[in-house]
Design a protein around this ligand. Structure first.
Ligand code: ADP
Ligand code: ZN
Length: 431
């Protein structure tokens, strides 16, 4: 039933004591880092004044911006020789968010993922095919190490190459997969196109994560694949996947509360909200030597489910992520900020002032289509020159946002003019 019964079923009091103890250690470690040392002193924060878990609300938030400012290693709390791995957030190029791990951190991460996988019924007899990106992205290696810890047979198939994925699924009798919901929607179609009934595979379950998706999508995927779907939430700043995962009951994701302190805040005021109310998830990592992060604003909207879970685990659950409080869009698993696109477009003299970003999902794959108005004098330009310009813009965009958008030139004044705050993103995906 439990991989680590003592930790997983700890009473709330014991859990609070453990969390407070680890919070103190994390705060002391953070204070030793270049970034937090200055951050706390600028904000006149004395960490020794934190005497109870509730005092956490007196600490300042850490944001993505802080992580960028601390690039590359301003938040590292151990000597460089103790670092065994780094990862980086997928959506950013250049000055991305870099996360550091010691050997102990990697072990803790693997353990918490093994625990969460076990809670969904995965055992050492399972064959686990990991269809997530490997590399700097945390999705691949995160669950990989957890599944190995559990003793599963791990197939590190990574993303894409659908025909090979299908062959692996068949030849090695894969029982568990880890995949983004959007790729799962696509892959199941390829399976059917190849004359295979997905229900005939040995597959029993899937972990879906890395992007927002709805309960309706979960159900659709369960039916199409003939499997049980488990929601898996995480973010690189908090290690990667494995921050919170569904248990066998699939009624909300248990947060690994021995590693993370979660709070829900009002995204506009920063005030803490009581359990049960919806708001922005704020997480403090209290179980990482290399890089403690205090009160990180995830921008993800959810609520804490206060009721106990049927499985007997005492660690609280969070509900499926509703969306984000900022304007970041996730396209094909890659994080894109409209401002990144704007910065490219607005630096091209031939482009007018108005543009719109349209996101669609075709056959389970996300597509970005950008309509841009041309500067009026250029609209009559010759076709060849316009084609060259189009190619040039696509290349410039791809260098910044990693994905390949389709760019369509529009007549000046043809796009809806905004009154006040412009709506730049039209997301047609039904998730
Ligand atoms: P990565 O590099 O793994 O994409 P990021 O840290 O850039 O990692 O992305 C993490 C973000 O992905 C989360 O903050 C959240 O918005 C989204 N995400 C991850 N898992 C889920 C999930 N199960 N449901 C909804 N959104 C998710
Ligand atoms: Zn449970």
């Amino acid at each position: 039933m439990y991989l680590d019964e003592k930790i997983e079923t700890m009473s709330r009091n014991e859990l609070n004591t453990l969390q407070f103890d680890r919070l103190k250690k994390a705060l002391n470690a953070a204070s030793q880092t270049r970034y937090y040392n200055k951050f706390f002193s600028d904000k006149k924060i004395d960490v020794s004044k934190i005497k109870t878990l509730e005092h956490i609300k007196d600490l300042p938030f850490t944001t993505k911006h802080d992580l960028r400012l601390s690039y590359p290693d301003g938040m590292v709390a151990v000597p460089a020789s103790d670092i065994v791995r780094i990862h980086a957030s997928s959506g950013t190029t250049g000055k991305s968010t870099v996360i550091y791990y010691t050997q102990k951190d990697i072990d803790h991460w693997a353990n918490q993922i093994a625990r969460a996988m076990y809670a969904t019924g995965t055992r050492k007899e399972d064959v686990f095919q990991n269809m997530m990106g490997y590399g700097l992205f945390t999705g691949g290696l995160g669950l990989h190490y957890g599944a190995e810890k559990l003793g599963c047979t791990v197939i590190p198939s990574a993303t894409g190459n659908s025909l090979r994925q299908i062959q692996l699924l068949q030849d090695f009798n894969t029982t568990v997969i880890h995949i983004t919901p959007s790729y799962a929607l696509h892959l199941v179609e390829v399976i059917k196109e190849n004359g295979i009934n997905p229900h005939d595979l040995s597959l029993k379950k899937a972990y879906f994560g890395a992007e927002p998706y709805s309960q309706a999508t979960t159900e659709k995927l369960e039916n199409l694949w003939g499997i049980d779907a488990y929601n898996s939430y995480g973010l690189s700043e908090m290690n990667g996947p494995g921050v919170a995962m569904d248990c066998i009951h699939k009624k909300g994701m248990h947060v690994v509360e021995d590693s993370y302190i979660v709070e829900i805040i009002n995204p506009n005021t920063g005030e803490q909200l009581p359990d049960g109310e919806e708001g922005e998830l704020v997480i403090t990592h209290i179980n990482r030597e290399a890089m403690p992060i205090i009160r990180y604003r995830t921008r993800d909207l959810t609520r804490i489910i206060p009721e106990p879970c049927e499985c007997g685990r005492t660690h609280r659950r969070i509900e499926r992520i509703k969306g984000r409080s900022d304007d970041m869009i996730i396209v094909g698993g890659v994080n894109v900020f409209p401002s990144q696109i704007e910065s490219v477009l607005m630096n091209i003299p031939e482009i007018g002032n108005n543009y719109v970003i349209i996101i669609d999902r075709e056959n389970g794959l996300d597509r970005m289509h950008i309509q841009v108005e041309l500067y009026s004098k250029l609209f009559q330009g010759d076709i060849k020159a316009l084609k060259r310009l189009n190619k040039d813009i696509v290349e410039k965009l791809r260098a910044i946002i990693v994905i390949n958008p389709r760019v369509e030139f529009m007549e000046p004044g043809s796009l809806p003019a905004s009154e006040g705050k412009a709506k730049r993103v039209i997301d047609n995906r039904i998730i």
